[in-house]
Write a protein that binds this ligand. Sequence first.
Ligand SMILES: Nc1ncnc2c1ncn2[C@@H]1O[C@H](COP(=O)(O)OP(=O)(O)O)[C@@H](O)[C@H]1O
Ligand SMILES: [Mg+2]
Length: 233
Amino acid sequence: MLEIENIRAGYGAINVLWDVSLTVAPGELTTIIGPNGAGKTTLLRALMGLVPVTQGSIRLNGKPLNGTATWNMQDSGVAMIPEGRMIFKDMTIEENLMLGAFAKQHRVQAQERCEKAYAMFPRLRERRTQPAGTLSGGEAQMLAMARGLMSDPKLLIIDEPSLGLAPVVVNELFEILARLKAEGRTIVLVEQNTHQAVGVADHVYLMQSGKVVLSQPASEVSLEKLHDLYFAH
Ligand SMILES: Nc1ncnc2c1ncn2[C@@H]1O[C@H](COP(=O)(O)OP(=O)(O)O)[C@@H](O)[C@H]1O
Ligand SMILES: [Mg+2]
């Protein structure tokens, strides 16, 4: 579904990604793990057209994706749930949700999708008229996920959803991810929570210093080996 071939990308004169290649199969959950600063977020930004790709190609269902403006990504069926959640604290929960269906073709279905989101995240329904700033960290992450689903994306990209959350909330989050996967959605999940990410994934990539250093089906991953690699420099 998604083919990233040999890309380089970075910030101005600073190159971060070095010849990164990665494939995402339809209906699968692909996880990208790696320590802080490995370039995981930069890779997702490159995918979304937020940082320029200076070498290589990105294709979605065979069509070039690089060059697609970020605001047109919804048309391509791609949605990203960014690191740090990026919800609008002064707006209500429902207003935040509606922003996820901002593009014209999604507006007619916005109400129906909102209902679907509330069915999946009942606590958001209870709080729908409250400012999003009143939510706990876990609830804010659920809101960010629900907003990402409002455009009914074929490809859902999630950057470090478990960051800063209590273990019990992290478990809840991984249950949601498993449900989304069971719905047949294609998911790219960036995580530092290696154990749980590998548990829910079909395929695992490990990134380090801007490079892919391991690509393996999740069923073949040895957590012990992965940790050795993770901490090796
Ligand atoms: N806006 C930016 N400008 C310059 N360098 C950046 C910027 N954002 C990230 N970097 C650098 O890019 C590298 C990779 O960062 P990032 O992609 O955020 O890693 P990760 O998500 O794996 O923690 C780091 O060395 C970081 O300092
Ligand atoms: Mg990051």
